[in-house]
Design a protein around this ligand. Sequence first.
Ligand SMILES: Cc1ncc(COP(=O)(O)O)c(C=O)c1O
Length: 420
Amino acid sequence: MTHPDDTPNAPDATGAPAPADGTRVVRAGLPAPEPYEPALPGPVFAAHYHLPGDVTDAPYDYGRDANPTWTRLEAALAELESPGAPAEAVAFASGMAAITAVLMAVPGPPRPDGHQPGEHRPDGSRPGPVVLPSDGYNLVPGGLRGLLEEHGTEVRTAPTAGGAQAELLDGARLLWLESPSNPGLDVCDIRRLADAAHAAGALVAVDNTLPTPLGQRPLELGADLSVASGTKALTGHGDVLLGYAVTRDPALARRLRTWRKTAGAIPGPMEAWLAHRSLATLELRTARQAANALAVAEALRATPGVADVRHPGLPSDPAHALATRQMRAGRYGCVVAFTLPDRAAAERFLGAARLVDEATSFGGVRSTAERRGRWGGDAVPEGFVRFSAGVEDTADLVADLHEALAYALGRGSNGSRKKG
Ligand SMILES: Cc1ncc(COP(=O)(O)O)c(C=O)c1O
């Protein structure tokens, strides 16, 4: 298998050879070394800053506008999402705060009549439609859809697989993609859809939560924005809520900062610092997690009674060919989806797997899994399980899974697998 770090990064803007991801992550966003200062300065806790006289060019004035801890994290995120070209990141309180900012505040490109779809227009006309995946993170086509509609935005949805969103672009201001999609793990052709959206006058945003910037770089595939929940694999320890959006367009970044300041959707300095600290291990964590996810997917596929195993890194997966074209080698994420015969079998599995915590979310260093049907928001069978591979030893994890599956499927010895 190709090691992920064998995939060369593009040279930087000066043509200098680009560092590999494992090198880049340990220094991204750090200030130049200063004698007797730490490599990553601690979190700055400040509601206000000393602010003499004219405030026009003040870098830091009030804690809802800017914070040096955010600034350093944002420099790191911009570098990781867009190593080959200047970009700006805007950090938010959570993934949903970032997604809401993009869907509410981002206009389409200017139209020939001078209006931007999405801006407040004196004639009272509505912001342009947005096109969402029907099968992505369910709070987007679910809860956020209602909010958008209440504020006058028409919402159109289509599934991720097959690029069906391309059919809905007429008059749209924004195409929102999520690839691979959560929880079904379908993949869409980001470049093809971005080209179609731009031809139709819409901007393109991609939810990059699952792959992280080490697995996929939407801006290099033609997207205008890469947006993510940093709560998952980016920070990876299940102890931080955070979100971000990265764009190469300074006007879009300004708009997002204005939204963040106005809506108050700001990350805490401690969260921003923890996130930045966690980036140093991003390459190590995501490499192990992706390898574990693939091993788990292969083990599941070989187990009679387990159906519809999905993971973009599995050569037999319907999304694999497309994933290999737009994701980085060996970095297909930590999530595996599969279906057990019924709800009871899924519950037995979750109760019996000793190395797997029954929990929602994904991307953490400890493996987790849950029966997605318990939430009611995803169109999945009752026995559908979303599994997130942690960084445990691969052989231990696969052995635990085998035993839990044998118990869940009625082939195990007895109920002694039940966790305390
Ligand atoms: C793909 C995806 N995007 C966005 C979010 C929202 O992120 P957060 O929980 O940080 O608000 C989630 C949460 O599960 C997600 O799975």
